[in-house]
Every structure is written in structure tokens, then in C-alpha cells.
Design a protein around this ligand. Sequence first.
Ligand code: FES
Ligand code: FES
Length: 165
Amino acid sequence: MADLLQSITLTVNGERHALCVAPHVSLLELIREQLGLLGTKEGCGHGDCGACVVLMNGKAVNSCLVLAVDADGADVTTVEGLARSGVLHPLQEAFLDEGAVQCGFCTSGMLLSAKALLDRNPLAEDDEIRRELSGVLCRCGTYPRVIEAVKKAGRQLAGQKEERS
Ligand code: FES
Ligand code: FES
């Protein structure tokens, strides 16, 4: 069995890891079980719910569908990597302000899908936000509040970008 393990290196939330993984292990399993980062949730386990979304090289992916060996060399961000030095990301602040978090099971998937969008277009409108987040299911029905939160965070991020330029 040990000889089936493959060595990979990847960066998760800015930290580089060298790991040995079996070929069938998903990125989700690696994140939760090998790295102990439990903010990324497992819902369906086969690409239907979006609870497991993380950023891989800046793109939102269902981590249950990515083999860990295919993440070799990748730069991965999980929900634990959003806050910086104890300061919440504007999206996290806005989700709290707008009441976009109920049970929280979908929240990391929502946050990371929204981050992928706002990194490209901080002033995305409702339709684009709906489209981008359509792969993340919320059984608590927070969708309207999530959209408001994403727009609020986007305005803040656009303002910060303008100040810097
Ligand atoms: S756990 Fe990955 S999409 Fe549902
Ligand atoms: S907040 Fe409960 S599933 Fe979305």
C-alpha cells in the first residue's frame, strides 16, 4: 500500500505542505483529514452541493471532485485562509452584517465562490452573483441575504482598490 502513495507539494492558505497521498484521495479529504482544516464541509461528496468549494489557483472548485494528486503544485485557499492577522475578510464581515449565515454548512462554499467572483469583478450585479453561486446549495434559504452580502463586500473591495490606485 505504502508504495502506492504519491508525494505532492501544495500551498494551502500560504503554507507549503509536502505530503504523501493515495491516488484515490480527494483534495477535500486531504484538506479535512490530513491538514485538519474542518471549515471546508462535505455534503454530497460528488459535486452536487458546493459545500466543499475551495479556491485552487484562484478558481472555485468542488474539492470533492479534485484528486489530491492533481492538486500537486497548486495554490489552495480554504475558508481558514480568508481572514488576515485576525481581521475578517470583507465578505465574512458582510455575511455577518447581512445575516447571510444560518446553520453555516454552506457558508465556506458560498464565501469562496463569492471571492472567486469578486476577485474578477468586485461590482458584480445580482444575475452574475446568482450564476456564480448557483453551484452552492443552502438548505436554510439564505440566498437573498447572500446576494446582498456579496454586493456589500464587493463595493468595499472596489473602494479599497480605488484608494490604492
Ligand atoms: S461535497 Fe463536494 S459538491 Fe457536495
Ligand atoms: S446557512 Fe444552512 S445550509 Fe446555508
